[in-house]
Design a binder for this molecule. Structure first.
Ligand code: PLP
Length: 351
């Protein structure tokens, strides 16, 4: 007799990117910010008192919600703080889609989405991007699908491409379910879907502190939506999803916008430079609005082999053995030194 529900027995869990213990590895595989978090975040961690640890933290991470409301120009009841953006996804899926309800997402996208749908015993509806060369477009008729939930990463992972906000607005107006715009990488993009929240009650944004704020190790994310939806989501979250140390550090990091924005500018400048240099070596790369690029290897080259050869040289990038991605490498933008090391290794491996 199985101890777990039949859908759990039948599904595969999520496979995270490799997290090597060896700090000498040039790690360009899981889209972390190459720069550390704001010194204010480190100071906030240092200032944590024994009394704060003895007590439970604020159940709703109030300090963070107030700070986020100020940064985004919304009211605090439009924010829900979570243990990483991933926890927001699981809360939304739990709250909005029951067994046999349909959950749709754009593919290729974030490989956690099918896993969450399987956990919920929901009906999966993967919808393919329309690929026109290096353009990743929403397919026609997307708004007309029948689903409780539609998940879109924007800027997309793994392509880095961006769907214009006006198109998301049209989609939200026509779609009958909840549209989750996963903005885990939006800090590196020229626009956000934030203005849609005033017009559409069926839109929720996901934000992460892991990428733009250099806090992947802390586990902190949040959702932004109209207050009615946030109140519903609060019913299904854990009692204390964010710990006292994380609330303090994430709040300080978010408040230090000038520091965070400097890291974004550096990453964006490096992204453009690396894209040009790899294109000159024969890689095909869509313009990225994120902190990574998706590089199709030059004709006649094997992406899986190149991934392994780079790994043998202590450089880790991401290879997905999935339809549409087998000839590509997803490369996180590193520091100038890391990117130079990557380029030198690729140059020598291709010669
Ligand atoms: C598209 C996308 N959404 C959400 C997340 C969740 O980020 P986190 O849980 O680290 O905040 C990630 C992390 O890699 C991601 O790639």
């Amino acid at each position: 007799m199985s101890l777990v529900r039949s859908n759990i027995g039948a599904m595969h869990g999520y496979t995270p990117g490799e997290q090597p213990g060896d700090v000498s590895v040039i790690k360009l595989n899981t889209n972390e910010n190459p720069y550390p978090p704001s010194p204010a975040a480190i100071e906030a961690i240092r200032q944590v008192t024994p009394e704060q640890l003895r007590r439970y933290p604020q159940p709703d991470a109030r300090a963070f919600r107030l700070a986020a409301a100020k940064v985004h120009g919304v009211s605090p009841d439009m924010i829900i703080a979570t243990n990483g953006g991933d926890e927001l996804l699981s809360i939304v899926v739990r709250a909005c889609a029951g067994e046999n309800d349909t959950i749709a997402w754009l593919e290729p996208g974030y490989s956690l989405y099918p896993v969450l749908a399987a956990m919920q015993a929901a009906r999966p509806m993967p919808v393919q991007y329309e690929l026109q060369g290096n353009d990743w477009k929403l397919p026609n008729g997307l708004a007309g699908i029948s689903a409780k939930l539609l998940l879109i990463v924007n800027p997309n992972a793994p392509s880095g491409t961006l769907v214009p906000v006006e198109q998301l607005s049209e989609l939200a107006a026509g779609f009958g379910g909840l549209l989750l715009v996963d903005e885990a990488y939006v800090d590196f993009a020229p626009q956000s879907a934030l203005p849609l929240l005033q017009r559409h009650s069926n839109v929720i944004l996901l934000r992460s502190m892991s990428k733009g704020y250099g806090l992947a190790g802390l586990r902190f994310g949040y959702g932004i939506a109209q207050p009615g939806l946030i109140a519903e989501l609060n019913k299904v979250r854990d009692s204390y999803p964010c710990d006292a140390v994380a609330i303090g550090a994430a709040t300080a990091a978010l408040q230090d916008q000038p520091y965070a924005q400097r890291t974004w500018q550096r990453v964006i400048a490096e992204r453009e430079a690396l894209t040009q240099k790899l294109r000159a070596k024969g890689f095909s790369i869509p313009s990225s609005h994120s902190n990574f690029i998706l590089a199709t290897v030059p004709a006649g080259r094997d992406a899986a082999a190149l991934y392994q050869q780079l790994k043998d040289r202590n450089i880790l990038v991401r290879y997905f053995a999935l339809p549409g991605l087998r000839d590509k490498l997803r490369i996180t933008i590193g520091t100038p030194e890391q990117n130079s090391a990557l380029l030198a290794a690729i140059t020598s491996l291709l010669s």
